[in-house]
Design a protein around this ligand. Structure first.
Ligand code: C2E
Ligand code: CA
Ligand code: CA
Length: 736
């Protein structure tokens, strides 16, 4: 539907444009044709008027022969009626086709009359006289008020230096309701001087019907089809002209078949035009087809892009973007139905280890297999997503408390089953946490965050159990955030203190070295254990600053303690995200402390992340003359044999082993073998966490070189340490 509407959106403008184009072409043609037609009609009308006038004048000219004539002149004056009847009446009627002929005297009285229609009646002039009075008057005045087209003035020399003036007027008139041309002509002599006493000449009035013959003639001459006088309605398809006399009286209406040259032209041009427009129409059509296809492609690629942006390429599962959208929708639905949406968040444990051990190809296959297993676990109303690299989430609607707990446990069980990838058996475990909307959160983001908080809790558990979100987890996060802010301030203010704990010789009498330990006391939170703030600093990047600060204090403070080394702890993230070698070199140089006084303690976790870099940094430190100790040995997974190739100078056995020192039932066998191995590798061996004299004695007997623990001293301030060392010098002095 959406799709169709969008295609219309491209088709419509093209069709509209094409239609508009056609429209403009046709309209301009039509307008042009109409204009041509209008002009043609006007011309036709003008032609008719002119033709009628010309016809009148031609009659007037024709009559000159009859009216400029001595005999005629004499006979009219004599009022010789038989003569008038013979030469004017009969002659003009029969030879020249006039219908009525009258002769008027000097005072405009009819002296003779002829009417072809009514041969018996000699003069019915009285009936038509009023309609002709203006024409008669025009004959009598020097300057008649008639249009030039209606008047014919002729000067005629009649000999002996005499001239006579001949005038004729012609016009159309309606007589007895019929259109007629009326010609009135003076009757003058043609060779004798006119009678000086006769002021006004006699007049010859000749009238000719403008009947069918006339219209036919006019039609043929000027190309009017079917020209005719009409009375009443205009027949369809005809143009008309209202013919008026010079005195504006209506004479009649001429009608002729419409002549439309423009329209004719158009009709004639139409097929050619259509032919010419055909390619344009075709082009338009092709444009539409092409446009539609393009649009479809764009829409499809847009859909693909939208899909791709919401899909995890590896597992084909919806990603975090899709998760947010879908969870929002599911929450809306749950709200409407007073139902629930469970978010079960799944994080694979130590997935990096799987990648490292088996390679990324197998790691990818395992992730895909996990995705398929999770999909198989839930119904179609649920959604399995992969928001991050090694985490999944299951969104399940309509579950209650027990339901979501069961689902979460099933997820754990499902993933704990070994995977068989290309013949390799891979074991995976998952930390699972969940939150139930709308109880544990209103928005998708909040629910996700809370489910992930629960996952974090689950990770801390030794056993794989699904953990439900609990409100105090939020409080923990809030506390952590506040702590982070406070730590940031402390680092900026250099409010981190450094204390020192001595490392004694095996007898516990001589101070061989001291370990620098960071301390932080916040005005609000009080003293915070390094077991809390050091990991926090590692996660937030503050460890670089803290590490540098402790190092600089340590190399400075130790100058007060001759023959005593100082050990500084360095975190894995300091090795991987900073240049420890450079920091150490500068600290030594600035304090002018010889490198051999410094030991750096690192844990084996450093080696796990980026073995190559760890190696480089270690070599760098040893290159400066600094010794490197392996701290907390025994807590990790690595064997001593494996650690051998890193070339540590020193081994610090974790204090969890020392508890059992001297206890025959405890871990002393393991401890003894560690010490033996260390000796074989030529390492200086330190035991941490020595709290009792029994432990000391056992460790001394086992061959430990250095001992550290509360038995000798708790961590001390630099000043206290100076005193502590001084008192043990006395011991040494006493002992030696
Ligand atoms: P660690 O490097 O193993 O430091 C030794 C820890 O053992 C110290 O805890 C010390 O007070 C404690 N200890 C010493 N003798 C005994 C004993 O006889 N019994 C018991 N139960 N504990 C003993 P502390 O100072 O709380 O430090 C904890 C950890 O914090 C350190 O463990 C170290 O990993 C980290 N840390 C402390 N200061 C720094 C530092 O400046 N930089 C880095 N990167 N880490 C530090
Ligand atoms: Ca240490
Ligand atoms: Ca340690």
């Amino acid at each position: 539907m959406q799709h169709r509407r969008d295609t219309t959106f491209v088709t419509l403008p093209i069709v509209a444009l094409a239609a508009a184009g056609f429209g403009v072409v046709l309209a301009s043609l039509a307008i042009g044709a109409r204009e041509v037609d209008t002009i043609a009609l006007e011309r036709q009308r003008a032609t008719i008027e002119q033709a009628i006038d010309q016809f009148g004048l031609s009659l007037a000219r024709e009559l000159r022969v009859q009216s400029v004539w001595n005999e005629g002149y004499e006979k009219v004056h004599a009022e010789d009626l038989p003569w008038l009847h013979k030469y004017y009446g009969t002659y003009l009627n029969q030879l020249l086709g006039y219908d009525r002929i009258y002769v008027l005297s000097s005072d405009d009285k009819p002296v003779y009359g002829f009417d072809a229609q009514n041969p018996g009646v000699r003069s019915d002039y009285a009936k038509i006289a009023p309609g002709l009075s203006d024409l008669v008057e025009a004959m009598r005045v020097p300057k008649p008020k008639l249009p030039a087209d209606n008047i014919l003035n002729t000067e005629i020399s009649v000999g002996q230096g005499y001239k006579v003036h001949h005038r004729a007027v012609a016009d159309v008139r309606a007589i007895d309701g019929r259109p007629m041309t009326v010609v009135i002509s003076t009757i003058v002599p043609d060779h004798a001087p006119p009678d000086a006493n006769e002021p006004r000449p006699y007049l010859l009035v000749a009238i000719e019907n403008l009947d069918k013959a006339f219209t036919q003639q006019l039609g043929t001459n000027f190309g009017f089809r079917d020209l005719q006088w009409i009375s009443g309605d205009v027949p369809t398809g005809y143009d008309t002209e209202l013919v008026r006399a010079a005195n504006d009286g209506i004479v009649g209406t001429l009608a002729w078949r419409k002549d439309r040259p423009g329209l004719d032209f158009m009709l004639r041009a139409a097929p050619g035009l259509m032919l010419a427009l055909l390619p344009i129409a075709l082009l338009t059509y092709l444009l539409i087809v092409w446009g539609k296809r393009q649009l479809k492609r764009i829409l499809e690629s847009e859909q693909d892009a939208t899909r791709a942006a919401r899909t995890d390429a590896l597992t084909d599962l919806p990603n975090r973007v899709a998760l947010r959208e879908r969870l929002g929708l599911m929450l809306d639905a749950a709200r409407a139905k007073s139902s629930t949406v469970a978010v079960v968040s799944v994080d694979l444990n130590h997935f990096k280890g799987i990648n490292d051990a088996f390679g990324h190809a197998i790691g990818d296959s395992v992730l895909k297999a996990c995705a398929r297993r999770l999909e198989g676990l839930v119904g179609d109303d649920c959604l399995v997503v992969r928001p991050d690299g090694d985490s999944f989430a299951v969104l399940a609607p309509g579950l209650d408390n027990t339901g979501v707990a069961q689902l979460a446990s099933k997820v754990i069980e499902e993933l704990i089953e070994p995977f068989d990838v290309d013949g390799t058996r891979v074991f995976v475990s998952a930390s699972v946490g969940y939150a139930l909307g709308l109880r544990d959160g209103d928005t998708g983001d909040e629910l996700m965050r809370r489910a992930e908080l629960a996952v974090g809790k689950a990770k801390e558990e030794a056993d794989s159990v699904a953990i439900a979100f609990a409100p105090d987890m939020d409080a923990e996060v809030t506390y952590r955030l506040m702590l982070e802010t406070a730590l940031r301030a402390a680092v900026a203010d250099e409010a981190i203190e450094v204390v020192y704990q001595p490392l004694m010789d095996a007898s516990g009498k001589r101070v061989l070295a001291v370990e620098a330990l960071a301390r932080w006391t916040d005005p609000d939170f009080g003293a915070i254990s390094p077991d809390i703030f050091i990991p926090l600093a590692e996660e937030t990047g503050l460890i670089q600053a803290i590490g540098g600060l402790v190092l600089r204090r340590a190399v400075t403070d130790c100058k007060a303690w001759p023959d005593v080394s100082v050990a500084v702890n360095v975190s894995a993230s300091q090795i991987h995200h900073g240049d420890v070698v450079d920091v150490v070199r500068k600290a030594l140089a600035e304090s002018r402390t010889p490198a051999h006084k410094l030991e750096i303690e690192i844990t084996e976790s450093v080696l796990l992340t980026d073995e190559k870099r760890a190696n480089e940094q270690m070599r760098g430190l040893q290159g400066l003359g600094v010794r490197v100790a392996l701290d907390d040995f025994g807590t990790g997974y690595s064997s001593l044999q494996y650690l051998r190739r890193f070339g540590f100078d020193k081994l610090k056995i974790d204090r969890s082993f020392i508890d059992g020192a001297g206890d025959p039932m405890g871990s002393s066998v393991v401890l003894a073998s560690i010490i033996k191995l260390g000796q074989d590798l030529d390492l200086t061996i330190t035991a941490e966490g020595v709290e009792t004299e029994e432990q000391r004695r056992w460790l001394q007997a086992a061959g430990c070189h250095q001992l550290q623990g509360f038995l000798f001293s708790r961590p001390l301030t630099a000043t206290e340490m100076t005193a502590f060392i001084a008192s043990h010098r006395k011991n040494r002095a006493v002992a030696s």
